[in-house]
Design a protein around this ligand. Sequence first.
Ligand SMILES: O=C1O[C@H](COP(=O)(O)O)[C@@H](O)[C@H](O)[C@H]1O
Length: 234
Amino acid sequence: MAWVEHRHADAAALADALAATLHRQCERALVERGKALLALAGGRTPFPAYRALAASDLDWSRVTAMPTDERCVPHDHAACNLRGLREAMAGARGLTLQALTTRDGNPDASQAAARAMLAHHPDAFDVVVLGMGEDGHTASLFPGAPQLDAALDPARADGAVRVDPDPLPPEAPFARISLTASRLLHARCIILALTGHAKRAVLEQALADADPRRHPVAAILHAPSATVHVHWSP
Ligand SMILES: O=C1O[C@H](COP(=O)(O)O)[C@@H](O)[C@H](O)[C@H]1O
């Protein structure tokens, strides 16, 4: 397990630091490989950073981004992570945003569509930005979901699974499509962004207990191959 802590005074400072890191990693990818591939958490925490990043100067036509996970809702639904990314990244002219779901959000069709899309993007992500819920979920790897073991299986090559959180989280009570743990870990830079003392306590538990069935984020934090940059603010 390797992780590096970045503590910030408040959520605004965290957003500034996250945007600067994303910008630096994209620039390096463009110089070294001529393109950049990003997986970006949904929810709420990282969106100020995405808005700041989108206002920065990059050759966005060579950047592709996708959500780390998606709620199985139509693309115009308020809970759709892709919709949030589209709005936050509107200033990034030329950016390609890939969906993990079909337009109508049908879960099984979306799983097939996500796998087909990922087959066209076999390269390592240049950056993965992850969030975490107070139940220890990251992306949409939820504790107790019937598909969790499959999503954590390091041997899986399909990259994405349908996940049915059980119980459904009240703030977004939908089936999900999540990148698998192995696809998330196929990355040059992994960032976990979280705010607040309640999530800090969950992070400490996941650092102390490597069982990802209790805290799925542990699958990332304890992955032998990964260095995880944890950005936290009160
Ligand atoms: O449902 C989700 O929640 C997590 C955490 O979101 P946050 O707003 O508490 O930061 C997010 O990382 C994930 O992408 C999203 O689908």
